[in-house]
Design a protein around this ligand. Structure first.
Ligand code: CP
Ligand code: NVA
Length: 309
């Protein structure tokens, strides 16, 4: 069976735990090494990852590229607009062809169905680098960051403030696999997908939707937010106004646990979903979180290519 990573549940809780443990171990082992040097075991020597981008990216692009270098392999970056995909070649045919050239494919796209189709026709692993529905690689980095800072995930209380988007969907999915709770503070009309919430609840996760932002973060160990306007959405003044009460401010952080962490996948829209005093403040873990994209994705690549778990 080809191991695709379209969502966290493709791997399951045990494999996610194994990936996070491996990521922590590899991160520790290369503290003094130059960033482009390969890990001592170079487990993906000779392997190539193709990366298809149908949307902008800074972190995903650089972290996957460096991840492959550190694992001893290489990458090919494909901006979809300059490939035949951009001229209408089908996803299925692209999957068939790329599978003959490379060992794995990472794609960032809009409609989630495109990555499902890519995985269906590819004979090599396909990894989700963000779709309109989910962002599992980001959440692997978030889980790693909370593990490092808190020593574990089980029983932690996470609060999300803002738009019920792709990043939140992957957090909710993670809650059901890793045994933590999510309290979602968002206005009516901006809820996460009810299917995602119900699937997590069915697996035993506590996921609550709370309209009052201060109540949503009360006692939380982790406070998370993201842009109010995701890529592909049109800039809507009304949406910005509706979400204003959900801005993460020092007053909001004060309603969470005293030692709560602040996370944001980045890029941040300072002055919209978060203010400088929080993202640059002592509770913010966003730079570790960004770095952890690299470490977490190395382990995702190793899992997908059958070298782990
Ligand atoms: N967080 C994240 O996915 O960042 P990029 O859009 O820069 O890849
Ligand atoms: N929700 C954001 C995440 C960016 C990394 C988006 O989809 O644009």
């Amino acid at each position: 069976m080809t191991r695709h990573f379209l969502n966290l549940s493709d791997a399951g809780g045990d494999a996610v735990r194994a990936m996070l443990d491996d990521a922590l171990r590899r991160k520790q082992q290369r503290l003094q090494m130059p960033k482009g040097a390969a890990d001592a075991d170079a487990p993906l020597a000779g392997h190539t990852l193709a990366m298809i981008f149908e949307k902008n990216s800074t972190r995903t692009r650089v972290s996957f590229d460096m991840a492959m270098r550190q694992l001893g392999g290489g990458t090919i970056v494909m901006e979809s607009g300059s490939t035949q995909l951009g001229r209408g070649e089908t996803i299925a045919d692209t999957a068939r062809v790329l599978s003959r050239f490379v060992d794995a494919i990472m794609i960032r796209t809009d409609d989630h169905q495109k990555i499902v189709d890519l995985a269906r026709y590819a004979t090599v692993p396909v990894i989700n680098g963000l779709t309109d529905d989910s962002h599992p690689c980001q959440i692997m980095a978030d889980l790693l960051t909370v593990m490092e800072r808190r020593g574990g995930l089980a029983g932690t209380r996470w609060a999300w403030l803002g738009d019920g988007n792709n990043v939140l969907h992957s957090i909710i999915e993670a809650a059901s696999l890793m045994d933590f709770s999510v309290s979602v503070g968002c206005p009516a009309g901006y809820d996460p997908s009810i299917e995602v919430v119900e699937a997590a609840r069915k697996l035993g996760a506590a996921v609550d939707i709370i309209r009052d932002p201060a109540k949503a973060v009360a006692g939380a160990d982790v406070v998370v937010t993201d842009t109010w306007i995701s890529m592909g959405q049109s800039h809507a003044e009304e949406k910005l106004r509706t979400l204003e009460p959900y801005q993460v401010t020092p007053a909001i952080m004060a309603a969470a646990a005293a030692d709560a962490l602040f996370l944001h996948c980045l890029p941040a829209h300072r002055g919209e979903e978060v203010v400088d005093a929080v993202i640059d403040g002592p509770q913010s873990a966003v730079w570790d979180e960004a770095e952890n994209r690299l470490h977490a994705q190395k382990s995702v690549l190793l899992w997908a290519l059958g070298k782990l778990g």
